[in-house]
Design a protein around this ligand. Structure first.
Ligand SMILES: *[C@@H]1O[C@H](CO)[C@@H](O)[C@H](O)[C@H]1NC(C)=O
Ligand SMILES: *[C@@H]1O[C@H](CO)[C@@H](O)[C@H](O)[C@H]1NC(C)=O
Ligand SMILES: *[C@@H]1O[C@H](CO)[C@@H](O)[C@H](O)[C@H]1NC(C)=O
Ligand SMILES: *[C@@H]1O[C@H](CO)[C@@H](O)[C@H](O)[C@H]1NC(C)=O
Ligand SMILES: *[C@@H]1O[C@H](CO)[C@@H](O)[C@H](O)[C@H]1NC(C)=O
Length: 179
């Protein structure tokens, strides 16, 4: 018997993509996105709006994923720090955000660390219309301890990745499932 119950799990997913030379030409295989453990993507961060967390509950303020690149810095997309609820998009303020790391489940506080955002450095040429330069750095109010078992920086690449290289992409997402 199927119950259409939203079980509100939010997990890290991993998909294959083809890195093409141009945007909009990524292809995805037909496998469903497998769920992975936080241990396979300890760099994953959740970017949340404090206001939505307050009104809708822990985990429900999630608006974007981010990547831990150092103890104080999270990489995310520029469009994630823009408030589209105004007639003309405006920059959100650091205090509107909370950053959560350490878990693959958005709604489970276990093993997580939370941070305030001290500073937002959005790419100065981010273009809202085209999404060009869709990149932002968020500076945390404190350092992520590298002794934490479920948080670490992503390993950065120092070499150019050839076109058509197969890579993994991880994301945090919410979805409804049937049981
Ligand atoms: C983009 O996708 C098309 C259609 O699948 C393919 O023919 C083309 O080679 C791709 N271009 C690149 C740069 O991968
Ligand atoms: C934008 O406004 C709508 C309607 O008031 C609200 O439901 C939604 O949560 C807002 N989105 C953000 C990102 O604040
Ligand atoms: C950073 O922010 C978090 C979350 O609000 C808070 O618990 C922590 O005490 C803050 N750290 C510092 C050094 O202010
Ligand atoms: C925020 O970042 C900008 C640009 O990197 C820098 O000029 C500014 O001093 C920073 N502000 C704070 C409060 O850290
Ligand atoms: C991508 O993820 C799969 C499944 O977890 C893993 O077997 C593979 O090694 C990963 N590839 C890369 C390039 O990280």
């Amino acid at each position: 018997m199927f119950n259409n119950l939203p079980i509100s799990l939010l997990r890290v997913l991993i998909i294959w993509c083809l890195i093409a030379g141009n945007e909009g030409n990524q292809t995805y295989d037909e496998e469903p996105d497998p769920e992975i453990s936080i241990n396979d993507a300890k760099y994953q961060a959740s970017l949340r709006l404090v206001s939505l967390e307050k009104t809708n509950g822990y985990g429900h303020g999630h608006i974007c994923a981010g990547t831990i690149i150092s103890q104080r810095v999270i990489l995310t997309a520029a469009h994630c720090v823009i408030d589209v609820n105004h007639t003309s998009p405006s920059d959100r303020k650091p205090e509107e955000f909370v950053i959560v790391v350490g878990s693959a489940n958005l709604y489970d506080k276990a093993n997580t660390l939370q941070y305030k955002v001290q500073n937002i450095t959005k790419h100065k040429s981010f273009d809202w219309e085209t999404y060009y330069n869709d990149i932002t750095l968020l500076y945390l109010n404190d350092s992520i301890p590298w002794t934490w078992p479920t948080a670490e920086a992503v390993s950065l690449n120092s070499e150019l990745v050839p076109e058509q290289t197969m890579c993994n992409v991880t994301d945090l997402y919410s979805r409804r499932t049937c049981s």
